[in-house]
Design a protein around this ligand. Structure first.
Ligand SMILES: Nc1ncnc2c1ncn2[C@@H]1O[C@H](COP(=O)(O)OP(=O)(O)OP(=O)(O)O)[C@@H](O)[C@H]1O
Ligand SMILES: [Mg+2]
Length: 288
């Protein structure tokens, strides 16, 4: 049903668009395998605007439970904008407006009665640049569980902190210095601290926007291993500029171009037999 609507729209739009926009016209229907049964998140006809400028056009896609979906595409194509629309982080950007449906377990996260703080605990985010709070390692992790009332006692809190640091693969490196500042850690350790902080509030989905771009290859490999481990318990959407990284960590890959979702397919297929010529052009290095 959705496909038919999108196809009709493309046919109509292409009549009114000038010929030189052929590439963009062709890009209007997402090809591949973008829907799934019992999705964890479901996006339908998502449009995002900064003031008058549209950054995301009619994106519809599902994210399956416990899948790792990679989002790739040239700089400025809207990956971060789309990712931020999945936990209403765009609400914090002046003039940014999101239209369409973003469902988490079937409920629209843009519903006016929804508690955004609670939403962001369920759909956590890890940013490009590690951003620990200017507090101790312990407090970085304990803060979220405290404000969400997840710990009844100090013992509970200690357990959450230890468990989160273990899941993020950081415990052994920091267990003797929990009360020292988080900002005193190396970049790779800080990023794992931020992942531990996201995990501490028991999220269901973790959004990662180029989480390794500020890290060296060893720290990157550590985070990639971690993503694989985390995917057993969490659903992960990761934006990356590294096609190798997308290939290593994700089950499906979504290719964006000029604000449109061009293709979603199993990762192996995207990198070996892409369905859309724009995806092919990108992965073979013709642009981006
Ligand atoms: N806060 C903002 N205000 C106005 N326009 C913005 C803002 N953030 C992003 N944009 C615009 O929206 C479009 C998509 O940007 P976005 O940052 O989502 O792209 P991206 O794919 O994440 O790029 P990159 O790979 O460089 O991180 C771009 O044209 C960008 O200039
Ligand atoms: Mg970005």
């Amino acid at each position: 049903m959705k496909e038919a609507t999108a196809a009709t729209k493309t046919a109509k739009d292409s009549k009114s668009s000038p010929k030189q926009n052929l590439e963009v016209d062709q890009a209007q229907v997402t090809v591949g395998n973008r829907f799934c049964e019992n999705p964890k998140m479901s996006m339908r006809d998502v449009n995002v605007f900064y003031g008058d400028k549209q950054a995301i056009y009619d994106v519809s896609v599902d994210i399956a439970k416990n899948e790792v979906i990679a989002m790739i595409g040239p700089s400025g194509c809207g990956k971060s904008t789309f990712l931020r629309s999945l936990n209403r982080m765009n609400d914090t950007v002046d003039g940014c407006k999101v239209e369409g449906e973003v469902l988490l377990d079937g409920d629209n996260i843009y519903h006016k009665n929804l508690d955004v703080v609670e939403l962001r605990a369920r759909v956590g985010m890890v940013f490009q640049k590690p951003n620990p709070f200017p507090k101790s390692i312990f407090e970085n992790i304990a803060y979220g569980p405290k404000i969400h009332g997840l710990a009844d006692s100090r013992v509970d809190l200690d357990e959450i902190v230890e468990g989160s640091l273990k899941k993020a693969g950081l415990w052994e490196e920091v267990k003797e210095r929990l009360h020292q500042p988080g900002t005193g850690l190396s970049g790779g350790q800080q990023q794992r601290l931020c992942i531990a902080r996201a995990i501490a509030v028991s999220p269901e989905v973790i959004l990662m926007d180029e989480p390794c771009s500020a890290l060296d290859p060893i720290a990157t490999a550590r985070i990639e291993e971690l993503i694989e481990e985390l995917s057993q318990n969490f659903t992960i959407a990761i934006v990356t500029h590294s096609m190798q990284q997308a290939a290593r960590v994700s089950n499906r890959t979504a290719y964006f171009h000029l604000g449109k979702l061009i293709e979603v397919n199993p990762t192996e297929q995207v990198f070996t037999m892409p369905e859309h010529q724009l995806t092919e052009a990108y992965i073979t290095g013709r642009f981006g």
